[in-house]
Ligand binder design. Structure first.
Ligand SMILES: NC(=O)c1ccc[n+]([C@@H]2O[C@H](COP(=O)([O-])OP(=O)(O)OC[C@H]3O[C@@H](n4cnc5c(N)ncnc54)[C@H](O)[C@@H]3O)[C@@H](O)[C@H]2O)c1
Length: 280
């Protein structure tokens, strides 16, 4: 599927990025685990053996991104996949109380990072004539009310930017896609829910029983790893400019935790066109 490919995964030390690094290597790829959590990133890379290295990369720094892209090409001869995935929840709270510096910091981590990752990946992928740029959006970029403001703005922008990128890079043989996770059991969400990024068992229980549109099934990091690996593989070779929503149906209007059969159209009634005859 992705055997022989080389990839940089930002945010690769934890959660969705870590699960993607693990699956990519299992499927035969070589990955750079790029993150700022050095101990966690080193541990993931060492677990993965020769097929992975860890590099400290702050995704808000152009120099750091430029250098990890160049090092990957020098080391492995090519860059097949750039996964712009690192992220934070960022600034929260009502719009009229949001400090500008917090908003700016959030946008830097969530969106400037995607610009920089895409810019430097394209710099080497265009002359190569192949490659895939994948970026992590969110259901908060698809629907209102699912995330704080800066987060929503960044994740929505990623959906649009991905289309523009695909339009520009298609003629060079380079694909660009995004992925929009729903609610997944990762350290980020464990931290939001319980103030502890390591409380993954508790958050798994919470997602499985209280916050899922699919009965008894929480969103897992591995669900995103599967979708991301497919999008970066040749099997998705004609998919470009697309944002793949992987949310268990959340943004279709499903209700989290609803009993089966509940909802406005759940029970059978005479067809609506018969309403006139019934005097409705
Ligand atoms: N977990 C979810 O339910 C969910 C839903 C929608 C979108 N997302 C998005 O998925 C991505 C990954 O989230 P996750 O849930 O795996 O969170 P996570 O906290 O487990 O992992 C995020 C990683 O990004 C790294 N990171 C943060 N700032 C960085 C920086 N400046 N430079 C480099 N690395 C940095 C962190 O150190 C961490 O290892 C994020 O972009 C997030 O917004 C997650």
């Amino acid at each position: 599927m992705v055997a022989g490919k080389t990839a940089i995964v930002t945010g690769g030390a934890s959660g969705l990025g870590e699960a993607t690094c693990r699956l990519m290597v299992r499927e035969g790829a070589r990955v750079v685990v790029a993150d700022i959590q050095d101990a966690k990133g080193e541990a993931v890379a060492s677990d993965l053996g020769d097929a992975a290295i860890y590099r400290h990369v702050d995704v808000t720094s152009e120099e750091a991104i430029r250098s990890v892209v160049d090092e990957t090409v020098e080391r492995w001869g090519r860059l097949d996949c750039m996964f712009n995935n690192a992220g934070i929840v960022g600034s929260v709270g009502p719009i009229d109380e949001m400090p500008l510096d917090e908003w700016q910091f959030s946008i830097d981590v969530l969106l400037k990072s995607v610009f920089l990752g895409s810019k430097h990946a394209a710099r080497v992928m265009k002359p190569q004539g192949f490659g895939v740029i994948l970026s992590t959006s969110s259901v908060a970029g698809i629907q209102g009310g699912l995330g704080p403001h800066a987060y929503n703005m960044a994740k929505t922008a990623i959906v649009g930017f991905t289309k523009n990128l695909a339009a520009e890079l298609g003629p060079f043989g380079v694909r660009a896609n995004a992925i929009a996770p729903g609610k997944h059991n990762t350290p980020m969400n464990a931290d939001v829910l319980f103030g502890d990024p390591d409380a993954l068992e508790r958050s798994l229980e919470y997602f499985t029983t209280k916050a899922t549109p699919l009965k008894g099934r929480a969103g897992l990091a591995e669900d995103i790893a599967e979708a991301a690996t497919w999008l970066m593989s040749d099997r998705a070779g004609f998919v470009s400019g697309h944002t793949l929503v992987v949310d268990g149906g959340l943004t279709t209007g499903s209700v989290e935790g609803a009993a089966p059969g509940r909802g406005r159209f759940a029970s059978h009634e005479p067809m609506l066109r018969e309403g006139g005859r019934r005097g409705i």
